[in-house]
Design a protein around this ligand. Structure first.
Ligand code: C2E
Ligand code: CA
Ligand code: CA
Ligand code: CA
Length: 290
């Protein structure tokens, strides 16, 4: 038991201390893991809700730890943020995803909306505050020969604001490269929506929690409220010329509802779980409809 500084003692919790020990082990292993190439990317399809075709993919990182097995990003991204390893890891993710997207663009130039499949890469808060970011992104695009229009970066609402609640300048510089910018987990961060108007973003990804309420499991009254909220988000986004993606679509009912409410694209287990690059290549080769 250790003092929490408030004069009280924490009760010893074996499960919690085991989790702490695992965290410490993972944090210590991170720098080595990059050199040992223990990370892999999986790609999850983004599907056009009008014609059910594959529009793009989101790159999601996985850690194949030699002792612990597959470690999900939820268990190491925040650690990597704390230790600073995220900058190096994030750059690896970006380079790997862009190289893969360039290969797909070469093999399937008409995929996506007709000019190639786009790849969407998550950025951590620490990466956005890294002064080398714009140069790094530019260098990766050059090195991989990926058209900037086929790269999307995903940032959360909280990540793109400075401490005064103003959007970060670096967004403009990223947008000037010609890449797309999406707001991830939309609806879970800043509730002041007026900032959207002055941001160089191209799309929003509505958080799964909003899609969950459209499954038809709730009572009529609750369903109507959820539909109103979702529909309002879509209208607002469209008024600002933003594309809307629904995250975490798991059922046909949810897909039908988000489509009816005007949503442009969907992502979720209903269409596909995140999968290896080879599987995406197969989907492209077969011109799969979802
Ligand atoms: P996210 O960016 O919101 O990514 C979506 C997460 O939801 C992914 O979890 C995905 O596998 C999961 N998901 C997709 N469809 C469904 C569905 O229909 N139902 C459910 N229940 N889940 C679904 P994952 O891969 O475990 O990633 C978790 C989070 O870790 C991501 O959330 C993102 O914030 C972070 N992350 C993943 N890869 C990276 C990365 O390369 N860099 C950074 N900075 N963060 C990453
Ligand atoms: Ca994301
Ligand atoms: Ca998300
Ligand atoms: Ca997230």
């Amino acid at each position: 038991a250790k003092s929490d500084g408030g004069g009280k003692y924490e009760v010893f919790d074996p499960e919690r201390s085991a989790r702490e020990a695992a965290r410490i082990e993972l944090a210590a292993d991170l720098p080595e893991a990059l050199r040992r190439a223990e990370f892999r990317l999986e790609y999850q399809p983004l599907v056009d809700l009008r014609d059910s075709r594959l529009l793009g993919v989101e790159a999601l990182v996985r850690w194949h730890h030699p002792r612990l097995g597959l470690v999900p990003p939820g268990d190491f991204i925040s650690l990597a943020e704390e230790t600073g390893a995220i900058v190096q890891l994030g750059l690896w993710v970006l380079a790997e995803a862009c190289a893969q997207a360039a290969a797909w663009a070469e093999q399937f130039p008409d995929a996506g909306n007709g000019s190639g499949l786009f790849v969407s890469v998550n950025l951590a808060a620490r990466q956005i505050r890294d002064s080398a970011l714009v140069d790094d992104v530019e260098a990766v695009l050059e090195r991989t020969c990926l058209s900037a229009s086929l790269l999307q970066l995903e940032l959360t609402e909280n990540e793109i604001m400075d401490t005064a609640g103003k959007p970060l300048r670096v967004l403009e510089e990223l947008a000037e490269l010609g890449i797309k910018i999406a707001i991830d987990d939309f609806g879970t961060g800043y509730s002041n929506l007026s900032y959207l108007r002055c941001l160089p973003v191209t799309s929003i990804k509505v958080d799964k929690s909003f899609v969950d309420g459209l499954g038809g499991a709730e009572g009529l009254e609750e369903t109507l409220i959820q539909e109103k909220i979702f529909g309002t988000i879509v209208s607002l986004a469209h008024a600002l010329n933003l594309m809307v993606t629904a995250e975490g679509v798991e059922t046909e009912v949810q897909a039908a509802n988000v489509r009816r409410l005007g949503c442009d694209a969907g992502q979720g287990w209903l269409f596909s779980r995140p999968c290896a690059a080879e599987r995406i290549t197969q989907l492209l080769a077969a011109q799969t409809s979802f």
